[in-house]
Design a protein around this ligand. Sequence first.
Ligand SMILES: Cc1ncc(COP(=O)(O)O)c(C=O)c1O
Length: 412
Amino acid sequence: MTTSDVVELSAKVLAPNYRRAPVAFREGRGMRLWDLEGKQYLDFLAGIAVDVLGHCHPKHVEAIQRQAATLIHVSNIFHIPEQAELGRLLVEVTEIPDGRALFCNSGAEACETAIKLARKGGRALRGTDVYEIIVAGGGFHGRTMGALSATLTPKYHEGFEPLVPGFVGVPFNDLGAVERAVGERTAAVMIEPVQGEGGIHVARDDYLRGLRGLCDERGLVLVFDEIQCGFGRTGKWFTYQHAGVTPDIVTLAKGLGGGFPIGAIVARAPLMEVLQPGTHGTTFGGSPLACATAAAVIRTINEENLVANAAAMGDYFMSRLWKLAETMPVIKEVRGRGLMVAMELGIPSDPVVAACLRRGLLVNSVRPTVIRFVPPLIVTRQDIDEAVGILGSVLAEQAQVADTPAGKPAGR
Ligand SMILES: Cc1ncc(COP(=O)(O)O)c(C=O)c1O
């Protein structure tokens, strides 16, 4: 099959819900991907913050192959050793006191689980009928109905209403707004410590600490959605660890399986207690295969010091981008934490992303003028130098195109 065969077949048999670049990959190794025609790409997107070990890391592949040849799926009506072991590792790395893990299959499902637990657990702990969840503008929690309702951006809602009631919106990074939004029905506050889909906006550490203090004072459940920003990406295992606080519930997916689908929440034991047998569950959640794979991801991140690498390479990458910004007025801002980085441009980002793709660099647009960089945690200085080189020449070219009469928006 050639790429054009795939594009043609996809148009005939697949739902049109994804805006896909006209590229189809055949193979991946480390930071590199190869398309069907053999062209090589440097991956600064990692399947949108998923492939934390890069592509086909030998330890990842070995864990999948070994477990697939041993036992793939049973059911949660039995004990699953791989699930218990992954639970142990997650309780350790999340540092949630007396933490308990619960497994599912995706980020949206992890957020659904957190929403359900915040309501049921909030009611049980407070002894009153609390159900409202305070969420931040610009946040993203997934596409299922509960997670979608927790996501305030109207474009994601169109045609899918009515939404699930009980979500109260506040501006991001504004503690006073959260304080004012707390009412007698409030059960929880749920935010991303770095907003990913919203354009890479980093929560201030004092905001995270303030949320912890407020939730303690008012008896609210604090949920951090670390599906995109967790798993070493910001230079700590979890972003909240920069602020020295822990949530009552953390949601996980993306990097957890390193590309194998798995989601999870880790919550404090007194909350998790409300999920007694029969209250919640999912057929595939925490299968031997998914759990053995995720455990291998965590061990490999530890063995190869990839959290520290994310911190060091994140600093290096941002410094290179700031330097580029000094000479290129088209770059309006560089922001992020660790290896979760965005560049705000004075021109539309889609043509820049397309030009990077033509030059063999994978990045994506996360807003009409914002480019997102979420490379694998194995990235090196050489990879960063190469990416910044491509980006610099693409931006120089695209800034010029945007400056020609044809490239200027009408009316200018
Ligand atoms: C912070 C956050 N939460 C939830 C989700 C939803 O995850 P999934 O696409 O696995 O359902 C995403 C996906 O981008 C995300 O970034």
